[in-house]
Design a binder for this molecule. Structure first.
Ligand code: CDP
Length: 198
């Protein structure tokens, strides 16, 4: 069975948690595509040229332990505007999406560019202040500065020419601002069950 769930949305909206939980619940494979851009950003910070960093990306690059940091997030969104970087990562993501047994991919352009024919698309969002607070609880740091970084990163992601962050026209929008994780996952799961059954 090929069944693709595309999950997009701005930074720290809850995409990762919802994706992982759906993948567990339904036995799908899960790909955090943000990690690809974070790993490219980290290689660029080490002196590798961006397109080359993307073209030569290996599984081992995704296991670096510095990829979740705020700095890595900013570095990711800077390399993510480069069309050659995005192009080098397309095929890997599409192959992952079409593997047998079902797949969940989360990112910024999954429902719009990578998998426009996905069986189900979600756009997960929340108010910036709520997202900054979650990132603060997760990683620590200065909450006001985190909010500024999130706003800056969202704005860069939404305004870039190539594959900007936006909800696909046929995406189910879930605002998690006032929704606990259980409720958000349950809401998403209802859509998956309905789509699988239909
Ligand atoms: O976890 P968080 O939502 O903060 O970020 P992420 O999903 O790890 O993505 C980090 C950055 O990579 C984003 O700000 C985007 O600039 C870029 N990205 C992208 O352009 N396309 C994707 N499919 C995934 C991430």
């Amino acid at each position: 069975m090929i069944f693709t769930v595309a999950i997009d949305g701005p930074a720290a909206a809850g995409k990762g948690t919802i994706s992982r939980r759906l993948a567990d619940q339904f036995g799908f494979a899960y790909l955090d595509t943000g990690l690809l851009y974070r790993a490219v950003g980290a290689k660029v910070a080490d002196g590798v040229e961006p397109a080359k960093a993307a073209e030569t990306l290996r599984a081992a690059d995704l296991t670096r332990d510095d990829l979740r940091s705020h700095i890595a997030g900013q570095a990711a969104s800077k390399v993510a505007v480069i069309p050659e970087v995005r192009r080098a990562l397309v095929q890997f993501q599409r192959d992952f999406a079409r593997q047998s047994g079902g797949a969940v991919l989360d990112g910024r352009d999954i429902g719009t560019v990578i998998c426009p024919d996905a069986d189900l698309k979600f756009f997960i969002t929340a108010r910036p202040e709520v997202r900054a607070h979650r990132r603060y609880l997760e990683l620590g740091g200065d909450e006001a500065q985190i909010l500024n970084e999130i706003i800056e990163r969202d704005s860069r992601d939404m305004s870039r020419a190539d594959a900007p962050l936006r909800a696909a026209d046929d995406a189910v929008v879930i605002d998690t601002s006032d929704l606990g994780i259980e409720a958000a996952v349950a809401e998403a799961a209802v859509h998956v069950t309905a789509r699988l059954g239909g």
